[in-house]
Design a protein around this ligand. Structure first.
Ligand SMILES: [Zn+2]
Length: 230
């Protein structure tokens, strides 16, 4: 089990940790500020004791930090972790924006999210929609920007699984129902949205800036893909 320091403080840019295991180029730690890839969210990058961390991925209940080169340390060693903070902060802005935009589209159309990808370079969200013209999409983006401009606080907490799943709309991602764990982490954006989620978000929506639509795409009869940026 790797303690997820980014759940306690998403603004932690550096931290100290202890190596608990090394497998090839993958390093396991007792704690980390690196948010791993998962649920469509891009991994953090950065350094571990000066060595380049290419990505972090979930491995069982732990987090594997994949280094570019063979790790120069072993179990029991202390290491300093440093995030590529600009990349991480942009990922946080994109991620909170993706939740807001998804909730707008879900509220306006009833569409579920069938896939998503949130990365600093760009984001996409797939909706189970048959009809989806550009002008309507632009109006949803404008509505998302109105929500962002309200400068809502974003907070996270844990709820018992049954309690979370009993709440309508808590799990919007159609295919990615959370793994079988007793408690789910909930991310709440003011009074606007609550969603089971393991990722990193900004503290207030004003940090996002403005969302803009990049393009839309038809991905089959009832699947519409939307690309956006912040
Ligand atoms: Zn999310």
């Amino acid at each position: 089990m790797t303690r997820r320091l980014f759940w306690e403080d998403a603004y932690l840019k550096e931290c100290d940790a202890k190596v608990v295991g090394v497998e090839g180029n993958a390093v396991f730690l007792d704690a980390t500020c690196f948010n791993p890839r998962g649920g469509g969210l891009a991994s953090d990058t950065g350094t571990m004791a000066g060595q380049r961390v290419l990505e972090a991925t979930k491995r069982g209940d732990g987090i594997a930090h994949v280094l570019q080169e063979t790790p120069r340390f072993a179990a029991g060693d202390g290491v300093r972790l440093v995030l590529d903070w600009e990349r991480r902060h942009r990922t946080m802005r994109m991620h909170t924006a993706a939740h807001i935009l998804s909730n707008v589209v879900n509220g306006e159309t009833g569409a579920l999210i069938t896939g998503n990808s949130v990365a600093p370079e760009g984001c996409r969200v797939d909706f189970s929609l048959e009809d989806f013209d550009k002008a309507r999409m632009e109006s949803y983006v404008a509505m998302a920007n109105e929500v962002i401009a309200r400068d809502l606080p974003v907070r996270s907490y844990f709820l018992r699984r049954e309690e979370a799943l009993a709440s309508p709309g808590m799990v919007k991602l159609a295919e990615a129902s959370p793994p079988d764990v007793p408690e789910l982490r909930i991310v709440e954006i003011g009074d606007f949205d609550r969603q089971a989620d393991g990722g990193v978000h900004v503290a207030r929506t004003s940090e996002i800036g403005r969302v803009s639509l990049v393009r839309t795409e038809n991905k089959g009869r009832a699947n519409r893909r939307l690309y956006f940026t912040v």
